[in-house]
Design a protein around this ligand. Structure first.
Ligand SMILES: Nc1nc2c(ncn2[C@@H]2O[C@H](COP(=O)(O)OP(=O)(O)OP(=O)(O)O)[C@@H](O)[C@H]2O)c(=O)[nH]1
Length: 315
Protein backbone atom coordinates (compact mmCIF):
# COMPACT_ATOMS: atom_id res chain seq x y z
CA UNK A 1 0.00 0.00 0.00
CA UNK A 2 1.53 3.33 -1.09
CA UNK A 3 1.60 5.93 1.65
CA UNK A 4 -0.24 9.15 0.84
CA UNK A 5 2.52 11.68 0.24
CA UNK A 6 0.52 14.89 0.45
CA UNK A 7 0.25 17.10 3.51
CA UNK A 8 -2.71 15.53 5.25
CA UNK A 9 -4.02 15.88 8.76
CA UNK A 10 -6.29 13.58 10.75
CA UNK A 11 -8.19 14.51 13.90
CA UNK A 12 -8.61 11.59 16.33
CA UNK A 13 -11.43 12.04 18.85
CA UNK A 14 -11.59 9.58 21.72
CA UNK A 15 -12.09 10.07 25.46
CA UNK A 16 -9.75 7.15 26.18
CA UNK A 17 -6.08 8.10 26.25
CA UNK A 18 -4.85 4.62 25.29
CA UNK A 19 -7.19 4.50 22.27
CA UNK A 20 -5.96 7.92 21.16
CA UNK A 21 -2.34 6.75 21.40
CA UNK A 22 -2.93 3.46 19.54
CA UNK A 23 -4.88 5.15 16.73
CA UNK A 24 -2.25 7.86 16.45
CA UNK A 25 0.50 5.24 16.03
CA UNK A 26 -1.55 3.50 13.34
CA UNK A 27 -2.04 6.54 11.11
CA UNK A 28 0.84 8.90 11.82
CA UNK A 29 2.88 7.62 8.86
CA UNK A 30 0.19 8.91 6.52
CA UNK A 31 -0.74 12.24 8.06
CA UNK A 32 -0.15 14.80 10.73
CA UNK A 33 -2.26 13.81 13.74
CA UNK A 34 -4.40 16.09 15.91
CA UNK A 35 -6.00 14.79 19.09
CA UNK A 36 -9.20 15.67 20.94
CA UNK A 37 -10.46 14.03 24.12
CA UNK A 38 -14.08 15.17 24.01
CA UNK A 39 -16.75 16.50 21.64
CA UNK A 40 -16.28 20.18 22.43
CA UNK A 41 -12.55 19.99 21.80
CA UNK A 42 -13.20 18.03 18.60
CA UNK A 43 -15.45 20.76 17.19
CA UNK A 44 -13.00 23.51 18.17
CA UNK A 45 -10.07 21.72 16.50
CA UNK A 46 -12.09 20.80 13.42
CA UNK A 47 -13.06 24.46 12.90
CA UNK A 48 -9.53 25.72 13.57
CA UNK A 49 -7.52 23.18 11.56
CA UNK A 50 -10.08 21.75 9.07
CA UNK A 51 -8.43 18.29 8.98
CA UNK A 52 -8.71 15.99 5.97
CA UNK A 53 -10.29 13.22 8.03
CA UNK A 54 -11.84 12.78 11.47
CA UNK A 55 -11.78 9.49 13.36
CA UNK A 56 -14.59 9.79 15.87
CA UNK A 57 -15.56 7.75 18.89
CA UNK A 58 -19.29 7.55 19.67
CA UNK A 59 -19.53 6.86 23.38
CA UNK A 60 -18.05 9.87 25.17
CA UNK A 61 -19.20 11.78 28.25
CA UNK A 62 -21.04 15.12 27.78
CA UNK A 63 -21.27 15.10 24.01
CA UNK A 64 -21.40 11.81 22.10
CA UNK A 65 -20.08 11.21 18.58
CA UNK A 66 -23.55 11.57 17.01
CA UNK A 67 -23.91 15.08 18.47
CA UNK A 68 -20.40 15.93 17.25
CA UNK A 69 -21.08 14.85 13.66
CA UNK A 70 -24.43 16.71 13.64
CA UNK A 71 -22.71 19.88 14.75
CA UNK A 72 -19.87 19.53 12.22
CA UNK A 73 -22.27 18.89 9.34
CA UNK A 74 -24.09 22.16 10.13
CA UNK A 75 -20.95 24.28 9.90
CA UNK A 76 -19.92 25.51 6.45
CA UNK A 77 -16.21 25.16 7.17
CA UNK A 78 -16.41 21.58 8.50
CA UNK A 79 -19.39 19.98 6.75
CA UNK A 80 -17.24 18.49 3.97
CA UNK A 81 -14.74 16.75 6.29
CA UNK A 82 -15.08 12.94 6.03
CA UNK A 83 -15.72 11.21 9.34
CA UNK A 84 -15.04 7.60 10.27
CA UNK A 85 -16.70 6.30 13.41
CA UNK A 86 -14.59 3.90 15.46
CA UNK A 87 -16.71 2.63 18.29
CA UNK A 88 -17.48 -0.09 20.78
CA UNK A 89 -21.16 0.34 19.94
CA UNK A 90 -21.61 -2.56 17.53
CA UNK A 91 -25.39 -2.39 17.14
CA UNK A 92 -26.84 -2.27 13.63
CA UNK A 93 -29.00 0.70 14.70
CA UNK A 94 -25.97 2.74 15.80
CA UNK A 95 -24.10 1.93 12.59
CA UNK A 96 -27.11 2.92 10.46
CA UNK A 97 -27.57 6.14 12.45
CA UNK A 98 -23.90 7.04 12.07
CA UNK A 99 -23.93 6.47 8.32
CA UNK A 100 -27.22 8.37 7.89
CA UNK A 101 -25.71 11.31 9.76
CA UNK A 102 -23.05 11.45 7.06
CA UNK A 103 -20.14 9.28 8.30
CA UNK A 104 -18.15 7.77 5.42
CA UNK A 105 -17.26 4.59 7.32
CA UNK A 106 -17.98 2.74 10.55
CA UNK A 107 -15.41 0.54 12.29
CA UNK A 108 -16.25 -1.56 15.36
CA UNK A 109 -13.98 -2.02 18.37
CA UNK A 110 -11.98 -4.08 19.01
CA UNK A 111 -10.53 -3.11 15.65
CA UNK A 112 -7.94 -4.81 13.49
CA UNK A 113 -4.96 -2.48 12.94
CA UNK A 114 -4.53 -3.32 9.25
CA UNK A 115 -8.22 -2.69 8.50
CA UNK A 116 -8.12 0.73 10.19
CA UNK A 117 -5.02 1.64 8.20
CA UNK A 118 -6.53 0.44 4.91
CA UNK A 119 -9.78 2.35 5.43
CA UNK A 120 -7.99 5.52 6.52
CA UNK A 121 -5.74 5.23 3.47
CA UNK A 122 -8.76 4.93 1.17
CA UNK A 123 -10.36 8.04 2.66
CA UNK A 124 -7.13 10.01 2.29
CA UNK A 125 -6.97 8.98 -1.36
CA UNK A 126 -10.50 10.32 -1.82
CA UNK A 127 -9.35 13.52 -0.10
CA UNK A 128 -6.44 13.83 -2.52
CA UNK A 129 -8.83 13.51 -5.46
CA UNK A 130 -11.26 15.98 -3.91
CA UNK A 131 -8.45 18.49 -3.43
CA UNK A 132 -7.36 18.08 -7.02
CA UNK A 133 -10.91 18.57 -8.33
CA UNK A 134 -11.35 21.54 -6.02
CA UNK A 135 -8.15 23.06 -7.38
CA UNK A 136 -9.30 22.55 -10.97
CA UNK A 137 -12.78 23.87 -10.27
CA UNK A 138 -11.83 26.95 -8.26
CA UNK A 139 -8.43 28.16 -9.45
CA UNK A 140 -7.37 29.73 -12.70
CA UNK A 141 -4.90 27.51 -14.56
CA UNK A 142 -2.81 30.38 -15.98
CA UNK A 143 -2.33 32.57 -12.92
CA UNK A 144 -2.98 30.17 -10.03
CA UNK A 145 -5.33 32.63 -8.30
CA UNK A 146 -9.08 31.96 -7.73
CA UNK A 147 -11.29 31.88 -10.83
CA UNK A 148 -14.76 33.24 -11.68
CA UNK A 149 -16.55 30.28 -10.10
CA UNK A 150 -14.68 30.77 -6.81
CA UNK A 151 -15.45 34.50 -6.96
CA UNK A 152 -19.17 33.74 -7.41
CA UNK A 153 -19.15 31.64 -4.21
CA UNK A 154 -17.12 34.11 -2.18
CA UNK A 155 -19.05 37.21 -3.20
CA UNK A 156 -22.38 35.52 -2.46
CA UNK A 157 -21.29 34.45 1.01
CA UNK A 158 -19.55 37.76 1.84
CA UNK A 159 -22.67 39.63 0.67
CA UNK A 160 -24.75 37.63 3.15
CA UNK A 161 -22.19 38.24 5.93
CA UNK A 162 -22.16 42.00 5.32
CA UNK A 163 -25.97 42.08 5.18
CA UNK A 164 -26.06 40.49 8.63
CA UNK A 165 -23.34 42.63 10.16
CA UNK A 166 -24.45 45.84 8.35
CA UNK A 167 -20.92 46.33 7.03
CA UNK A 168 -19.87 47.71 3.67
CA UNK A 169 -18.61 45.52 0.87
CA UNK A 170 -16.48 46.74 -2.02
CA UNK A 171 -16.30 45.04 -5.40
CA UNK A 172 -13.64 46.24 -7.82
CA UNK A 173 -13.20 45.18 -11.43
CA UNK A 174 -9.64 45.53 -12.71
CA UNK A 175 -8.56 45.58 -16.34
CA UNK A 176 -5.06 45.61 -17.82
CA UNK A 177 -4.75 48.69 -20.05
CA UNK A 178 -4.23 48.20 -23.80
CA UNK A 179 -3.59 44.51 -23.34
CA UNK A 180 -4.48 43.63 -26.92
CA UNK A 181 -1.72 46.03 -28.02
CA UNK A 182 0.61 44.32 -25.54
CA UNK A 183 -0.07 40.89 -27.03
CA UNK A 184 0.28 42.27 -30.56
CA UNK A 185 3.62 43.87 -29.70
CA UNK A 186 5.29 41.32 -27.43
CA UNK A 187 3.46 38.09 -28.28
CA UNK A 188 0.95 35.90 -26.48
CA UNK A 189 3.52 34.15 -24.27
CA UNK A 190 4.77 37.48 -22.93
CA UNK A 191 1.09 38.38 -22.43
CA UNK A 192 0.58 35.23 -20.35
CA UNK A 193 3.67 36.03 -18.27
CA UNK A 194 2.34 39.54 -17.66
CA UNK A 195 -1.06 38.24 -16.55
CA UNK A 196 0.69 35.95 -14.07
CA UNK A 197 2.79 38.83 -12.73
CA UNK A 198 -0.23 41.14 -12.46
CA UNK A 199 -2.16 38.42 -10.61
CA UNK A 200 0.66 38.04 -8.09
CA UNK A 201 0.99 41.81 -7.67
CA UNK A 202 -2.75 42.08 -6.92
CA UNK A 203 -2.62 39.09 -4.59
CA UNK A 204 0.23 40.64 -2.63
CA UNK A 205 -2.09 43.54 -1.72
CA UNK A 206 -4.77 41.27 -0.22
CA UNK A 207 -3.41 41.65 3.28
CA UNK A 208 -6.44 40.80 5.40
CA UNK A 209 -7.80 37.26 5.65
CA UNK A 210 -11.04 38.17 3.92
CA UNK A 211 -9.50 40.27 1.12
CA UNK A 212 -10.03 38.32 -2.09
CA UNK A 213 -8.83 38.57 -5.68
CA UNK A 214 -9.81 36.39 -8.63
CA UNK A 215 -9.29 36.36 -12.38
CA UNK A 216 -12.66 37.00 -14.02
CA UNK A 217 -11.35 35.96 -17.44
CA UNK A 218 -9.09 37.39 -20.16
CA UNK A 219 -7.22 40.43 -18.77
CA UNK A 220 -9.90 41.15 -16.16
CA UNK A 221 -9.57 40.62 -12.42
CA UNK A 222 -11.95 41.24 -9.54
CA UNK A 223 -11.35 42.16 -5.91
CA UNK A 224 -13.78 41.70 -3.00
CA UNK A 225 -13.14 43.66 0.19
CA UNK A 226 -15.76 42.64 2.72
CA UNK A 227 -16.37 44.23 6.07
CA UNK A 228 -14.07 47.01 4.96
CA UNK A 229 -14.25 50.75 5.47
CA UNK A 230 -14.63 52.39 2.00
CA UNK A 231 -11.52 54.48 2.64
CA UNK A 232 -9.47 51.41 3.41
CA UNK A 233 -10.86 49.77 0.26
CA UNK A 234 -9.65 52.70 -1.82
CA UNK A 235 -6.23 52.50 -0.17
CA UNK A 236 -5.97 48.81 -1.04
CA UNK A 237 -6.91 49.52 -4.66
CA UNK A 238 -4.40 52.38 -4.90
CA UNK A 239 -1.80 49.93 -3.66
CA UNK A 240 -2.88 47.50 -6.40
CA UNK A 241 -2.33 50.17 -9.06
CA UNK A 242 1.08 50.98 -7.63
CA UNK A 243 2.06 47.31 -7.26
CA UNK A 244 1.36 46.70 -10.97
CA UNK A 245 3.26 49.84 -12.01
CA UNK A 246 6.17 48.75 -9.84
CA UNK A 247 6.42 45.53 -11.84
CA UNK A 248 7.78 47.94 -14.46
CA UNK A 249 6.87 45.73 -17.41
CA UNK A 250 7.64 47.72 -20.59
CA UNK A 251 4.56 48.46 -22.72
CA UNK A 252 5.62 50.49 -25.72
CA UNK A 253 2.17 50.15 -27.32
CA UNK A 254 0.27 51.57 -24.36
CA UNK A 255 -1.38 54.89 -25.08
CA UNK A 256 -1.27 56.01 -21.44
CA UNK A 257 2.10 54.93 -19.99
CA UNK A 258 5.37 53.31 -20.97
CA UNK A 259 4.79 50.33 -18.65
CA UNK A 260 1.89 47.93 -17.97
CA UNK A 261 -0.90 49.62 -15.96
CA UNK A 262 -4.39 48.79 -14.79
CA UNK A 263 -7.73 50.60 -14.57
CA UNK A 264 -10.14 49.93 -11.73
CA UNK A 265 -13.89 50.32 -11.35
CA UNK A 266 -14.85 50.22 -7.69
CA UNK A 267 -18.32 50.01 -6.19
CA UNK A 268 -19.02 50.03 -2.45
CA UNK A 269 -22.41 48.99 -1.11
CA UNK A 270 -24.12 48.38 2.21
CA UNK A 271 -26.08 45.25 1.27
CA UNK A 272 -29.81 45.27 1.95
CA UNK A 273 -32.64 42.94 0.97
CA UNK A 274 -33.14 44.72 -2.35
CA UNK A 275 -29.54 44.57 -3.55
CA UNK A 276 -27.42 41.72 -4.81
CA UNK A 277 -23.77 41.05 -5.68
CA UNK A 278 -24.33 40.73 -9.42
CA UNK A 279 -25.80 44.23 -9.59
CA UNK A 280 -22.84 45.50 -7.58
CA UNK A 281 -20.46 43.77 -10.01
CA UNK A 282 -22.31 45.45 -12.86
CA UNK A 283 -21.92 48.84 -11.14
CA UNK A 284 -18.20 48.19 -10.67
CA UNK A 285 -17.99 47.35 -14.37
CA UNK A 286 -19.69 50.65 -15.25
CA UNK A 287 -17.18 52.46 -13.03
CA UNK A 288 -14.40 50.68 -14.91
CA UNK A 289 -15.63 52.19 -18.15
CA UNK A 290 -15.52 55.66 -16.56
CA UNK A 291 -11.92 54.97 -15.47
CA UNK A 292 -11.05 53.88 -19.02
CA UNK A 293 -12.84 56.82 -20.63
CA UNK A 294 -11.00 59.20 -18.35
CA UNK A 295 -7.58 58.06 -19.56
CA UNK A 296 -6.98 54.67 -17.84
CA UNK A 297 -4.34 53.93 -15.15
CA UNK A 298 -6.78 55.11 -12.48
CA UNK A 299 -9.66 54.19 -10.21
CA UNK A 300 -13.22 55.35 -10.62
CA UNK A 301 -15.22 54.64 -7.48
CA UNK A 302 -18.84 54.95 -6.48
CA UNK A 303 -20.62 54.30 -3.19
CA UNK A 304 -24.26 53.14 -3.15
CA UNK A 305 -25.77 55.25 -0.38
CA UNK A 306 -23.07 57.80 0.12
CA UNK A 307 -23.93 59.79 -3.03
CA UNK A 308 -20.24 59.76 -3.74
CA UNK A 309 -18.53 59.30 -7.04
CA UNK A 310 -14.94 60.11 -7.81
CA UNK A 311 -12.16 59.62 -10.25
CA UNK A 312 -8.90 59.05 -8.49
CA UNK A 313 -5.90 59.65 -10.69
CA UNK A 314 -2.66 57.98 -9.89
CA UNK A 315 0.50 59.86 -10.72
N1 LIG B 1 -1.76 36.48 -23.50
C1 LIG B 1 -3.04 36.37 -23.20
N2 LIG B 1 -3.94 37.23 -23.71
C2 LIG B 1 -5.22 37.12 -23.38
C3 LIG B 1 -5.67 36.11 -22.52
N3 LIG B 1 -7.03 36.25 -22.39
C4 LIG B 1 -7.39 37.31 -23.14
N4 LIG B 1 -6.31 37.84 -23.74
C5 LIG B 1 -6.22 38.99 -24.67
O1 LIG B 1 -6.57 40.19 -24.00
C6 LIG B 1 -6.91 41.14 -25.00
C7 LIG B 1 -8.05 41.99 -24.47
O2 LIG B 1 -8.29 42.96 -25.45
P1 LIG B 1 -9.38 44.10 -25.25
O3 LIG B 1 -10.61 43.51 -24.62
O4 LIG B 1 -9.53 44.79 -26.58
O5 LIG B 1 -8.80 45.06 -24.16
P2 LIG B 1 -7.53 46.03 -24.19
O6 LIG B 1 -6.67 45.84 -25.37
O7 LIG B 1 -6.87 45.85 -22.84
O8 LIG B 1 -8.18 47.44 -24.27
P3 LIG B 1 -8.67 48.33 -23.08
O9 LIG B 1 -9.33 47.38 -22.10
O10 LIG B 1 -9.64 49.25 -23.69
O11 LIG B 1 -7.49 48.99 -22.48
C8 LIG B 1 -7.26 40.35 -26.27
O12 LIG B 1 -6.27 40.58 -27.23
C9 LIG B 1 -7.21 38.90 -25.81
O13 LIG B 1 -6.73 38.03 -26.81
C10 LIG B 1 -4.73 35.18 -22.00
O14 LIG B 1 -5.04 34.25 -21.23
N5 LIG B 1 -3.42 35.35 -22.36
Amino acid sequence: MNKIKQDFSILIVDDDKTNRRILKELVEDEAKVLLAKNGTQAIEKAVEFVPDLIILDIVMPDMDGFAVIESLKKKRETQHIPIIFITGNTSIEAEERGLRLGAVDYISKPFHAGIVQARVHTQLQFSAHRKMLDELAHYDALTGIPNRRYFDNVVASEWRNCLQTEQAITIAVIDVDFFKNFNDTYGHLAGDKTLRAVAQALKSQMVRDRDFVARLGGEEFVVVLADSDPRRAEDVLHNCINAVRELDIAHAASECESCVTISIGCYTDFPDKNSNPLEALDMADKCLYFAKDSGRNQIHSQHSNLEHSANLHIV
